[in-house]
Structure formats: structure tokens, C-alpha cells
Write a protein that binds this ligand. Structure first.
Ligand code: PGA
Length: 257
């Protein structure tokens, strides 16, 4: 079964107002030729979600939140729920990004609860996993990634193919040190094998994105790998033309996803 490429831009703490709307409009223009062939997603800060969603209405580009709180409503000052993401026009949400795990103490258990809340509300989760440099050097990459997957996979299995996984080695995020194609493919293949233990269908339909210093000039090689089904792009997503180049590289990739 074919897995459609997904190229998602993670804007992080940037473009939370009018600039976000302008960037989103520029992404639509720059990536027109991949419409219908590659899924393209942008994730503005919460403050720009509704305005960006309105701007993108009817286009091929969809919107993601960068986080959510796993309760629908209530006394949780400063938090945003999955139904609120839905109201704002978001169809996706990034969950468990390493910056959330590192700076905000997000646990595997919370990540699992967030994936569950998103799925229940009809918001597609992009669940992030990945090892630090120290973990890789200690030979613990798979142990760490499999541990992070434990809370995510049962939730993804409630609706196989709905949510996606993003493998983002922490040492490659924002550092310019991209994983080699072989390093990335090795972990992606291992993640797919791990999914198979839950179900063959889940392994077959779940898209696994690579993230960490993906740019226009390294995207083609990564996206040509058999188990890499797209990219989660940070820094390079802040430039519409460069981001669109990554989506075009996905379109051009010959492999039989
Ligand atoms: P980067 O970020 O592309 O700037 O390395 C990726 C991410 O954090 O999702």
C-alpha cells in the first residue's frame, strides 16, 4: 500500500501573527506543483492558527498545532485542547517534540495521553521520538526510541494510518548535523519492525517522518530511503521557497512508498 509523502514545517516560536499568514500564503504559492501528490503542513504558534487556517482554506496546505493539553476543557490556565485546535482549523498536531520533552519535562506517559486526546478529537498526531547524542554514543538509540514508542503505538493502533511518527535525533535538530541517509533509514526500519509487533497493518500504513536539519539540499537522499515517508522541518520551514523545495524533492522521489 502506498504511503503518501508528508512534509511538515515546524515553525516553533516564530511567526505568531501576520508574518505567519504571509509565510503560509507564500508556501501555498511555492509548493503548488506538489498539490495532491505530497501532503504539505505548516505549524504556526497557537496565536496564528486560526488566521493561518483561514488563509489556507481551499488550498493544498494544512495546519498543525505544536502541542496540546489532553483535556477537552476546564480549569487549565494557559493550555489549549484538541477540540480547540479543531475549532481553529488545525487538522494536525505535533506531539512530544524533543524541545517539549527537554525544556518542559514532557514524559512518555503525557505524550501518550496527548496522542490519545488528539486522535479522539479527529486531529492527526505527529508523534516525535529520538535519542540524544549521549544516548546514541552509548549505543542506546533503539532502546530509547522503543521506550518512547511504548506509549504512542497503542494510541496509533486505535486508528491505523491516522497518526504519524517523526523520528528526530536530538543531536540533529537545529545543529546542521543531519543524520546520514543510512543512519536515518536504519532507525526508520527498526521503528517499522517494532510497529509490526502490534500489527502488520499498522506497520504498513504508518508514515514515519525524519526530522533534524532537513534542508533543500539533503532532502532528496533522505526521502529516497525505503522507510522515510516525509520530513518534519524546523529552520528550513521558515523560508517558503526552501521549504517548497523539500516538498518537490518528495514529489520527485522515485521510491515506491
Ligand atoms: P530543524 O528542526 O529542521 O531546525 O533541525 C527540526 C524539528 O525540530 O522538528
Amino acid at each position: 500500500m502506498a504511503r503518501k509523502y508528508l512534509i511538515a514545517g515546524n515553525w516553533k516560536l516564530n511567526n505568531g501573527g501576520l508574518k505567519g499568514v504571509e509565510l503560509a500564503a507564500a508556501v501555498v504559492q511555492a509548493s503548488k506543483e506538489v498539490a495532491g501528490l505530497v501532503e504539505v503542513v505548516v505549524s504556526p504558534p497557537f496565536t496564528a492558527l486560526a488566521a493561518v487556517s483561514a488563509e489556507l482554506e481551499g488550498s493544498h496546505v494544512e495546519v498543525a498545532g505544536q502541542n496540546l493539553y489532553p483535556k477537552d476543557s476546564g480549569a487549565f490556565t494557559g493550555e489549549i485542547s484538541a477540540p480547540m485546535l479543531d475549532e481553529s482549523g488545525a487538522k494536525w498536531v505535533i506531539i512530544g517534540h524533543s524541545e517539549r520533552r527537554q525544556y518542559f519535562g514532557e514524559t512518555d506517559e503525557q505524550v501518550g495521553a496527548k496522542v490519545a486526546a488528539a486522535t479522539a478529537a479527529g486531529i492527526k498526531p505527529i508523534a516525535c521520538v529520538g535519542e540524544t547524542l549521549a544516548e546514541r554514543e552509548a549505543g542506546n538509540t533503539m532502546t530509547v526510541v522503543f521506550r518512547q514508542l511504548e506509549s504512542i503505538v497503542p494510541e496509533l493502533n486505535k486508528k491505523p494510518g491516522f497518526g504519524v511518527i517523526a523520528y528526530e535525533p536530538v543531536w540533529a535538530i537545529g545543529t546542521g548535523k543531519v543524520a546520514t541517509n543510512e543512519q536515518a533509514q536504519e532507525v526508520h526500519a527498526a521503528i517499522r519492525e517494532q510497529l509490526k509487533k502490534t500489527s502488520a497493518e499498522l506497520a504498513e500504513v504508518t508514515r514515519i517522518l525524519y526530522g533534524g536539519s532537513v534542508k533543500a539540499d539533503n532532502a532528496a537522499g533522505l526521502l529516497a530511503c525505503a522507510d522515510i515517508d516525509g520530513a518534519l522541518v524546523g529552520g528550513a520551514a521558515l523560508d517558503a521557497a526552501g521549504f517548497a523545495q523539500i516538498a518537490k524533492a518528495a514529489k520527485a522521489s522515485g521510491h515506491d512508498n
